[in-house]
Design a protein around this ligand. Structure first.
Ligand code: SUG
Length: 454
């Protein structure tokens, strides 16, 4: 038992003003399906703030990560010269597909921002965060450096914290962050078992999705997961590596968090998530028991008879958040699609989980995140969990305005209402006016959140 209480802080990502449907992720069914439809960045950002408010109402420590300025000029400048506006106009004319990638607001999916291990699990006793390199897709790869910088800024005065830069992809280390990682423990304050889920053990660095003709590849390589575990100073007793099932990846499960979700000792998982099916799930339970003798996990396995892989991807059933409320009971935060689809029988499964005395989950909340969902990002994608000691949590609030105080939420809401477009298509991305407004937004957000302007 640990004496230093750990609070899990949930960092929600705020969608940026260029949120659009570019069809940019070939292995992500929603992204491909909604390519070219009209987006509403204002609604996307307000829906994320609704999620923040829900988390707060459940008593969860909540913080916010800002969007990144788009289009990403350094990428466009590899091809075009001149003033910023001129570069954008040229890109819109000569390379519209590149401009779409450079304009992705994908930094909102903060489950892909980093992988995290609290000090209690790491040999040096420090909180470790490794910014993900997101190498597989160009539109996501361009997030990595700024994510690293913003995490460095946010955590700079947080004691006993190390923020690592993104892994070098040169050696084939492709890393998508916490979306492929689960920390299991009796309670957040106890030592955790780190389960790293990878989709590929092929470390060739040309294995990216830049070529749309290529078959979908597992985005996370084993070598990247191992490198993160190593630099977080985990040991073989508290870290394990499991391969995603190829069938699931082919069905559209591009991250583990599309097919499994955990919280403390609870694991909600589909039977076909991993290469060796139930045997892999059993191996997680065994590793957990070795770390915590006499303690049982509460594992809820959903069979393909209850939900096929296709239904899993369509509903994002597992892309829910499970959070621990102050009284120790847990709540599920599920996408509204679970309620709407399949004549409600996926929602019936959620209800059955809530009334089952075999697990601590006792309520489910459905959230409308449809703007993000249409790009394949549900409640679990929009959050990065950072388990922090009391001293670290207190310092986080002093150093910046990222903690979701009501005053901060209101300030963000005003900025969104005032500046964010409520309609956007690919054709709008080449309008220099959008870039000018986006810069104003970034300026206003950095002031409201007391963060450096990148
Ligand atoms: O990487 N979608 C994101 C969704 C990420 C979801 N995150 C987690 N599962 N944790 C992706 O595929 C689509 C963008 C577009 O098509 O415009 C996109 O990038």
């Amino acid at each position: 038992m640990n004496t230093d209480r750990i609070t899990e802080v949930v960092f929600v990502g705020l969608p940026g003003p260029t949120h659009h449907y570019g069809g940019l992720s070939a292995d992500n069914k929603a992204s491909t399906l909604n390519r070219g439809s009209v987006s509403n960045p204002k609604q996307a950002a307000l829906q994320a703030l609704d999620l923040v408010r829900l988390l707060k109402s459940l008593g969860i420590a909540t913080a916010i990560l800002p969007p990144q300025l788009r289009p990403h000029l350094p990428l466009l400048r590899q091809h075009f010269d001149g003033e910023d506006e001129a570069v954008i106009v040229q890109a819109a004319r000569a390379a519209p597909a590149l401009l779409e990638k450079a304009s992705a607001a994908s930094a909102m999916w903060t489950a892909n921002a980093a992988t995290v291990a609290p000090g209690i699990d790491c040999a040096d006793g420090k909180l470790h965060l490794t910014a993900a390199n997101l190498f597989t897709n160009l539109h996501r790869r361009i997030e990595a450096e700024d994510t690293y910088k913003i995490l460095k800024a946010i955590f700079q005065d947080v004691p006993d914290t190390i923020v690592h830069p993104p892994l070098s992809a040169v050696m084939g280390l492709r890393d998508e962050g916490a979306a492929n990682h689960m920390r299991l423990s009796p309670a957040h304050s106890d030592p955790g078992l780190h389960v790293f889920v990878f989709g590929s053990s092929d470390n060739k660095n040309d294995n990216s999705n830049d070529n749309p003709n290529e078959k979908s590849v597992g985005r996370q390589t084993l070598s990247a997961s191992q490198a993160v575990a190593r630099q977080h100073l985990l040991s073989e007793n508290n870290a394990g590596f499991i391969r995603q099932s190829r069938e699931a990846i082919a069905a559209g499960v591009f991250h583990n968090d599309v097919i499994a979700v955990s919280n403390e000792h609870v694991l909600l998982v589909h039977e076909q998530a991993y290469e060796h099916g139930l045997a892999d799930i059993e191996s997680i339970a065994i590793a957990y028991q070795e770390l915590h003798p006499g303690r049982e996990m509460s594992i809820i396995v959903v069979s393909p008879g209850d939900l096929t892989l296709e239904e899993t991807v369509q509903s994002y059933f597992f892309n829910s958040q499970i959070v621990t409320k102050p009284d120790g009971r847990m709540a599920l935060i599920a996408p509204i699609e679970v309620k709407i689809l399949f004549e409600g029988w996926a929602a019936d499964m959620m209800e059955r989980i809530c009334i089952d005395a075999g697990n601590p989950i006792d309520e489910v909340h459905y959230v409308d995140l449809r703007q993000s969902m249409r790009n394949g990002g549900g409640p679990a994608c929009l959050r990065l969990r950072v388990p922090m000691t009391e001293a670290q949590w207190a310092a986080l609030g002093q150093n910046s305005g990222v903690v979701a105080e009501e005053s901060v939420i209101e300030a963000l809401e005003n900025i969104i209402q005032r500046y964010y477009p409520d309609e956007l298509t690919a054709a709008d991305l080449g309008n220099p006016e959008l870039y000018r407004v986006s810069r104003e937004i970034m300026q206003a957000l950095s002031e409201a959140m007391r963060l450096p302007l990148l």
